[in-house]
Design a protein around this ligand. Structure first.
Ligand code: DPP
Ligand code: ZN
Length: 893
């Protein structure tokens, strides 16, 4: 597919002042009349450029210029473009009438049917599937929309902004008109015509504006909306308190829909959400689901300022709004839940999804210089690494300067469509810190490696840290180089936050060479050079450095810690992330030895597990019950690095079977060695209070279920009984799923019975059925591959529903490496079949599955040849979407 380049950006030739839409939903089609008040853009490069509108799967009925019907020869249709040949005055109104087919819209982009209604998704380029338009974010207009539909079938008609009129029409139909007072890009347009129930509440802003908050859901689900509503009101308050940002509309609506490609969408005043991020009840949703709802509701709400009031000039700038808004929802999460746990979970996400992306064929910087299909760039890099980049600015300039920078950004750019440079400039001007070098984070791909070495000199009482950055070119730079568009590379500017611990675990006062006195026990070092040294004075004895606190930069840290040093950090570091990280590092070192042992045929001897390891984990478990202990953090620490993280951490060829075997052996070893303390903790942590998803209870459940997971590994009558008892008696979905996940690992009659009972109970709750699918697609049981293939035919599965595809197919491909990378190639063939079938219906979803092949070159030559066959098979398909063609093309490059 053809790539487009950031450097080719030019301002639009025309601007649109107002958009008047009329959408009549009929049986089998919809008629869209769009009146666009246009004028020439004085900033256009070519003052005589033609007007070219874009449209996709639209049937053009008529076109008028200031009311005059245009005839043949006055316009031309060419692929997805509508060219106006007629002579154009400086300003004019262009009115098109088009017919669209929402019922046949399986891509779920534009206006589409889902069960009881019609919904829209316009980001990034869905508006052109509704009407002819200048469908680009730097064209900002004021919108009105009038919706007409059958009243009995679609009683609720919603648009952005404020309701300004409604009434009945002939034939049992009705209409409603909505007007959005704010200028916005087309990707923020939304409308809904559906049968929905509504939960209503009010929020009074700090300046006294009364905002009506409404959550709309499928009939019968009102008892699952309370948490989302509470999250919305908390978000509104938080953004006022932390950033001084107030809600600007009288209506804020969230509509939940079961068929949705992404998580949620921040359309102005009319968010549309995947049901997964709205619906929750203690018996249907887990603690993690509740937490995710908080985060996604907050994320979309925060977009109202970072995204909607100030938007992106072009799609290359996507991280301008996404990185910043993810950072904001992360900060919200840290304030609402445990800060340490939240940060650890984010780092895990980054390592699971973003590091592999940055090391694979789809590598790109947070602001790519080129892409073929923008939907492929709603990526972990743009979102998660984008948030890390914002976090680094926050760390480098400090919280207060960051707030000033945000204020300046809004003062300068409210109502505009801007670039990442504009954001960084506001931060630089507010803080006085030169961020020129820092901007390399926007242009360079890849995860830098930070090689740090420490040297202690007893004679001078100095501790020296030598820091080196490595940032070899990625697939991204190599491709641009080959295309004759090379990008410059250089050292990054990054914050290295650290402390030094003495032998008793105390934090040492820190004085850098050249300073007159020590300042605190934690410092933010500014790393800017390829090689740099930092010297600490007055250090009485060799310290243990606590590096990259809070994961202060998205890098791979290379420091030669000994096992004893890691155990010391696990026990004493004041930074929750570093304590967790030390444990992960220790486990990774042990597992690396284990993987080698399994490859050498000696894994089962367990000689690679140090005798002291179980004691360290015993101490860790005990720390949850000590004064000040945090069970949620201990639960995170008990989780061994996942197989996906271990694959990424492997230098050289990956052996997924050895990784799986070593990790499982280590889990079983810990379970046997710590059976007593695990069982005691399990009983101690039982929550007796009525269910609440708040952090303290959730933390106790998380640790208790981590203990259950270990105990289940013992796989004797006693542990099976424990798991079955929890499954049968749990009064909340968190505990039910923990038990079911343990049961699903084993090929036992109990497993099939438990799965059948679960489905029978929950078959009418789509989101719970998704859990049922996913617990099977991610199981390690030997028959998983066959079962997943059989589930494709199960009535509970529906390939047209993205959530079902993600639960069964994507989870299998992305989160079950042992089976996806099966040596017989069955996992690859399964994925390719699914991708081809999906691509004909929904390219965005197909493309997400295709990303499972990203890391195929990391495996042995036998697996590589199997993967290559499937990639080639996909690539040779006629009519392949641009989405999948880009992913597969880059994988094969
Ligand atoms: N802009 C959306 C979001 O990130 C993407 N669907 O919230
Ligand atoms: Zn977003």
């Amino acid at each position: 597919p053809q790539a487009i380049y950031l450097k080719d950006y030019t301002p639009p030739a025309f601007l649109i002042e107002t958009v008047d839409l009329d959408v009549a939903i009929e049986t089998g089609h919809a008629t869209v009349t769009a009146a666009l008040a246009c004028h020439r853009n004085p900033a256009a490069a070519d003052p005589s450029a033609a007007l070219v509108l874009t449209g996709e799967e639209l049937k053009l009925e008529t076109i008028r210029l200031d009311g005059r019907l245009l005839g043949q020869g006055e316009y031309a249709l060419c692929d997805d473009r509508l060219l106006i040949h007629a002579e154009l005055p400086e300003s004019f109104t262009l009115t098109t009438v088009s017919t669209i087919n929402p019922d046949g819209n399986t891509q779920l982009s534009g206006l589409y049917r889902s069960k009881d209604g019609y919904f829209t998704q316009c980001e990034a380029e869905g508006f052109r599937r509704i009407t002819w338009f200048l469908d680009r974010p730097d064209v900002m207009a004021k919108y009105t929309v009038t919706i007409h539909a059958d009243k009995a079938q679609f009683p609720v008609l919603l648009g952005n902004g404020n309701p300004v009129g409604a009434g009945d029409e002939e034939g049992g139909r009705h209409w409603a008109k909505w007007e959005d007072p704010f200028r916005k890009p087309s990707y923020l347009f939304a409308m809904v015509a559906a049968k929905l129930d509504m939960l209503e509440d009010w929020f009074v802003t700090k300046s006294g504006r009364k905002v009506r908050c409404a959550v709309y859901v499928e009939p019968g689900k009102l008892d699952q909306c309370g948490h989302a509503m509470a999250a919305l009101k908390k978000s509104m308050k938080w953004d006022e308190d932390v950033f001084g940002l107030e809600m600007d509309l009288d209506h804020y609506m969230i509509v939940a829909v079961g068929d949705f490609n992404m998580g949620a969408m921040e359309n102005k005043g009319l968010n549309i959400f995947n049901t997964k991020y709205v619906l929750a009840r203690p018996d249907t949703a887990t603690d993690i689901d509740f937490q995710n709802i908080d985060r996604v509701v907050a994320h979309e709400y925060f977009h109202n300022w970072t995204g909607n009031r100030v938007t992106c000039r072009d799609w290359f700038q996507l991280s301008l709004k996404e990185g910043l808004t993810v950072f904001r929802d992360q900060q919200f999460g840290m304030d609402m839940h445990s800060a340490g746990v939240t940060r650890i979970q984010e780092v895990r996400t980054l390592r699971t999804a973003q590091f592999p992306e940055d090391a694979g064929p789809m590598a790109h910087p947070i602001r790519p210089a080129s892409y073929a299909e923008i939907n492929n760039f709603y990526s972990a890099t743009v979102y998660e690494k984008g948030a890390e980049v914002i976090r680094m600015i926050h760390t480098l300039i400090g919280k207060d300067a960051f707030r000033k920078g945000m204020d300046l950004y809004f003062a300068r750019h409210d109502g505009q469509a801007v670039t990442c440079e504009d954001f960084v400039a506001a931060m630089q001007d507010a803080s006085g810190l030169d961020l020129t070098q820092f901007k390399r984070w926007y242009n360079q791909a890849g995860t830098p490696k930070l090689v740090v070495r420490g040297a202690y000199d007893a004679a001078t009482k100095r501790f020296t840290l030598d820091v080196e950055q490595l940032y070899p070119a990625t697939a991204y730079e190599k491709r641009l180089e080959a295309e004759g568009k090379p990008v410059a590379r250089g050292a990054y500017h990054l914050p290295l936050v650290l402390g030094l611990l003495d032998a008793d675990g105390r934090e040492l006062p820190l004085r850098l060479a050249g300073e007159t006195s020590a300042a605190g026990t934690q410092r933010v070092l500014s790393v800017t050079e390829d090689r740099q040294s930092f010297v600490f004075e007055d250090i009485a004895a060799a310290p243990v450095p606590s590096l990259l606190r809070g994961f202060s930069a998205p890098v791979v840290l290379d420091y030669p810690y000994t096992a004893a040093e890691l155990t010391h950090l696990m026990a004493h570091d004041s930074d929750a992330f570093c304590r967790w990280e030390a444990g992960q590092r220790l486990a990774t070192d042990i597992l690396t030895a284990g993987i080698a042992a399994y490859q050498a045929g000696d894994g089962d001897s367990l000689a690679w597990i140090p005798t002291t390891y179980a004691d360290a984990i015993r101490a860790l478990l005990g720390s949850a019950f000590a004064p000040g202990g945090d069970p949620a953090l201990v639960a995170e620490a008990l989780a061994l690095p996942s197989e996906v993280v271990l694959i990424e951490a492997t230098d050289g060829t990956v052996d997924p079977d050895a990784i799986h075997a070593a990790r499982l052996a280590l889990r079983r070893h810990l379970a046997r060695e710590l059976k007593g303390p695990l069982a005691a903790a399990y009983h101690e942590l039982k929550v007796d209070a009525p269910y609440s998803p708040e952090a303290q209870q959730a933390g106790a459940r998380a640790l208790r279920n981590a203990c259950l997971g270990y105990l289940a590994e013992i796989d004797d009558a006693e542990s099976r009984a424990l798991v079955m008892t929890q499954f049968d008696t749990a009064d909340n979905m968190t505990d039910t799923m923990a038990a079911l996940a343990a049961i699903a690992q084993f090929e036992l009659a109990e497993r099939d019975d438990a799965l059948a009972r679960f489905l029978d109970k929950w078959k009418d709750e789509a989101l719970v059925v998704d859990k049922w699918l996913m617990v099977q697609s991610t199981a390690r049981a030997a028959d998983t591959g066959q079962r997943v293939r059989a589930l494709l035919q199960h009535p509970a599965f529906d390939i047209k529903n993205p959530n079902k595809v993600y639960a069964l197919i994507r989870a299998f491909c992305a989160a079950n490496p042992k089976h996806f990378h099966a040596a017989d190639g069955s996992g690859y063939a399964f994925a390719a079949d699914a991708i081809l079938q999906l691509d004909a219906m929904n390219p965005q979803v197909a493309s997400r599955i295709a990303r499972a092949f990203d890391r195929w070159r990391k495996f042995d030559t036998h697996r590589q040849s199997l993967a290559r066959v499937q990639l080639a098979r996909i690539q040779s398909q006629n009519g392949l979407s641009r989405d999948v063609a880009e992913v597969v093309g880059k994988a094969l490059d």
